[in-house]
Design a protein around this ligand. Sequence first.
Ligand code: AMP
Ligand code: MG
Length: 401
Amino acid sequence: MAELLSLADAQRLVLEHARPLEAERVPLERAAGRVLAEPVAAGVDLPPFPSSAMDGFAVRAADTDGAPVTLPLAGEAAAGSPLAGPLPPGRAARISTGGVVPEGADAVVPLEVVEETDAGILFRAPARPGDHVRERAGDVRAGETVLEPGAALGPAQVAALAAAGVSEVRCTKRPRAAILVTGSELRPPGAELAPGEIYESNGLLLAAALGSAGAVPAQLGVVPDEGAELERALERALLGFELVVTSGGASVGPHDLVREALRGLRVEEAFWGVAMKPGKPVAFGVRRDHLVFSLPGNPVSALVTFELLVRPAVNALHGLADPLPAFGHGTLAAPIARNAHRLEFVRARMRTGEDRTPVLEPLAGQESHMIARAAPASALVEVEPGDGELAAGSTVRFLRL
Ligand code: AMP
Ligand code: MG
């Protein structure tokens, strides 16, 4: 592995090749987790009518100028059932939060500050025009853009679209992702292990990770370290899937045959070898618009390379405005020795410190085969290469898992 690419350069190469997939219509109730392919405009004014922000009484503010003043009641505007006509002058209408402020009224006086008497409603202080009235279209006007293309649809976004009367949106298709696990030593959990065999874990790791990124994962099974069989399985994956993620067999040993098989299938390798730890022997290649990631077999390496290279690719295939991982800043709880040459991602437990800033506690057992030690981690702490150690109390960048 002569010259190693920086992680930033590797991510740039990945994003250069990961173009948004085509769009499809999606009913809003199934759109959470998807990414918008086109702008969406409001179908109605929001709110669609002047509405009350409080439970209380709708009045003409001018009628309360001489407060204290008692105004006789002229009916009720509950949410969903407006007053039959305009508010007669010199009267008050009972109104609920979300009720239509009747024509003629221009203020709402909250229930808590009035007194109900036999003669009507006693207002102790004058109301001002606009008090507790939500203006029609104060949130958004019909025809105005609510969300731009590239917006990820989460809870707030689907709620905004629903409120604006949108029932269907155009989203990019979810990337279909093939998972191809390689390794002659691998057996499914639950099977009897022969000498030298271990349980296969990267298939489930990748299925969970791809699913959480919004891709549609398909496990194509475990392939032994055997050239012809590997090539057949890879060809099948390349035909049916935009994204192919392999595990294992991408390093320099005599049984690491994935890159050679991919070369045989005319997959053009964009890079192999990234200056990161774990995850150095990771490869990325392209055949037409199909992307192939060859991840190392060590489970922690597979996890880390997924988060830093594959997830951004899935985000970019979705057309997400900002596909790269978002790092936060926190305080390191214990020292970490630096790696001389490679950017290191240290598994850590994140907790909230006394001043509410994140505190990162590195976990014991940082070798790339130690998936059990990595399991309690909730963050990856980024450690720049160099000499010596990163002291406890340093401010560090971290990625939440
Ligand atoms: P490789 O990348 O094939 O050289 O594998 C590196 C290490 O990871 C070896 O110890 C493998 O046995 C182990 N390994 C490879 N694939 C898997 C897998 N799918 N699940 C668990 N361990 C694996
Ligand atoms: Mg292997």
